[in-house]
Ligand binder design. Structure first.
Ligand code: GLU
Length: 439
């Protein structure tokens, strides 16, 4: 079978995480079977569809690596929809009803109704097995507001037919639409695609995942600096499993492993901590120089000036070992953690002294550190070597606390050797001198 799948987002807002997952499953299935993955913008709701949202959809798909092989815009098919509707009426599979209904602008229009054969419709769903609906109660349902203005179900079925969609892979919330769509399909004498309805994505409290309440918009994660591959890996495992213990997948590995049969029925929980975990794993998979450059760019977007090479070489590896998401870099800057690199500390001198160490002893320790550091080559290791023996002998707290505080003016910061190596010799000695004066 020539596999052709589609994702059909409506451009009425920023993309929901659930839409991204549906796109991903369509993408994976098509790629796995050398098929065609289609994006169709469903913009027939003229009031709510906005060009800006359509542009965001394209930009988000491109960023995620889910750009389509073919793309369509539903509103451009309006003449074709009209023709098909006329054809159905001329074949008496549908009819223009005598009743009148008001359209949006208050005019009276004649609706078009499908002649419903009124029987049970059974379709096979790859995820849920056979599903049967009695369509009698739907009656002759409306398929168009007027002979020139088809409704959503009609447009979807007509487009799926024209685009030769072989597999309809979409959210479970569309199951109840399927019988209606099958009746339209049969009236249009179109082949029935294979259906696979994906389980809902739930919030941690098992409620429906909401864009606003649960940050379920792709934009949130894109802006926080999550990696596209981490997001895709995480979403792939929301409702699908590889049948093995493997958790970390590249997109190529997902394509390889993906089957519709391994999609589960039960709802899948969206857990941000898990997403962060995936992101950390994918950051660690980046080429080291790419990872470092990425952190540097992010860091410099937050700091008052660009970093010197020494600062970059010292600070970035510390961040690399700590962050799960690039926005953690912003948080560490906001907490003032790197402030010492950009400005000299103001120094309340009582804080220079560790616990009940006598002041004159603190002065001696600082002086000793200054002398030892003046001889060091300013790598963190050589700085540590220069002072460690003395600190062990006189008490680590009472020696290292004042040194660290003299350099940073902060209760918490990286260790004094790392700090001194970031600052460089001249600045370190100047801050120690200031502290010796102040104590
Ligand atoms: N446009 C529909 C939506 O946004 C999807 C239609 C479909 O997948 O059949 O939910």
């Amino acid at each position: 079978m020539n596999v052709r799948t589609r994702i059909a987002p409506s451009p009425t807002g920023r993309m929901h995480i659930g839409t991204v997952r549906t796109a991903l499953f369509n993408y994976l299935y098509a790629k796995k079977h050398d098929g065609t993955y289609i994006v169709r913008i469903e913009d027939t709701d003229k009031e709510r569809s906005k060009a800006v949202h359509e542009a965001e959809i394209w930009s988000d798909f491109e960023w995620l690596g889910l750009g389509p092989d073919e793309k369509y815009r539903q509103s451009e098919h309006a003449p074709r929809h009209r023709d098909l509707l006329h054809e159905l009426v001329s074949k008496d599979r549908a009819y223009v009803s005598n009743e009148q209904a008001k359209d949006g602008s208050g005019r009276e229009v004649s609706v078009v109704r499908l002649r419903n054969p009124g029987r049970k419709v059974t379709f096979h769903d790859i995820v849920r097995g056979d599903i049967t609906f009695d369509t009698t109660e739907l009656g002759d349902f409306v398929i168009a507001r007027s002979i020139d203005d088809p409704l959503y179900h009609f447009a979807v079925v007509a487009d799926d037919g024209d685009e030769k969609i072989s597999h309809v892979i979409r959210g479970e919330d569309h199951i109840s639409n399927t019988p209606r769509q099958i009746l339209i399909q049969e009236a249009l004498e179109l082949p029935r695609p294979v259906y696979a309805h994906l389980p809902l994505i739930l919030a941690p409290d098992r409620s429906k995942l909401s864009k606003r309440k649960h940050n379920a918009s792709i934009e949130v994660y894109r802006e926080a600096g999550f990696l596209p591959e981490a997001i895709l890996n995480f979403l792939a495992l929301l409702g699908w499993n590889p049948g093995t213990e493997q958790e970390i997948f590249s997109v190529a590995e997902l394509i390889d492993a993906f089957t519709l049969e391994n999609i589960q029925k039960s709802g899948a929980t969206f857990n941000t901590d898990k997403l962060r975990w995936f992101n950390k794993a994918h950051l660690a998979r980046l080429a080291p120089e790419v990872f470092l450059a990425t952190i540097r760019t992010r860091l410099e977007s937050q700091t008052p000036r660009t970093l010197t090479e020494t600062e970059a070489a010292r600070i970035i590896p510390i961040l690399r070992d700590r962050i799960e998401v690039l926005s953690d870099v912003d948080a560490s800057v906001k907490e003032g953690e790197w402030q010492f690199a950009f400005s000299r500390p103001t120094m309340p001198h009582e804080k220079l002294t560790w616990k009940d160490t006598p002041t004159n002893l603190t002065k001696t320790h600082l002086t000793q550190a200054r002398t030892a550091f003046a001889e060091a080559d300013f790598s963190p290791e050589s700085l540590k070597m220069a002072l460690w023996g003395y600190a062990e002998e006189h008490g680590r707290g009472s020696v290292l606390w004042p040194v660290r505080f003299a350099l940073t003016g902060m209760e918490r910061s990286p260790d004094p050797f790392t700090v001194a190596s970031i600052l460089g010799k001249e600045e370190t000695l100047a801050r120690l001198d200031a502290a010796i004066q102040a104590v």
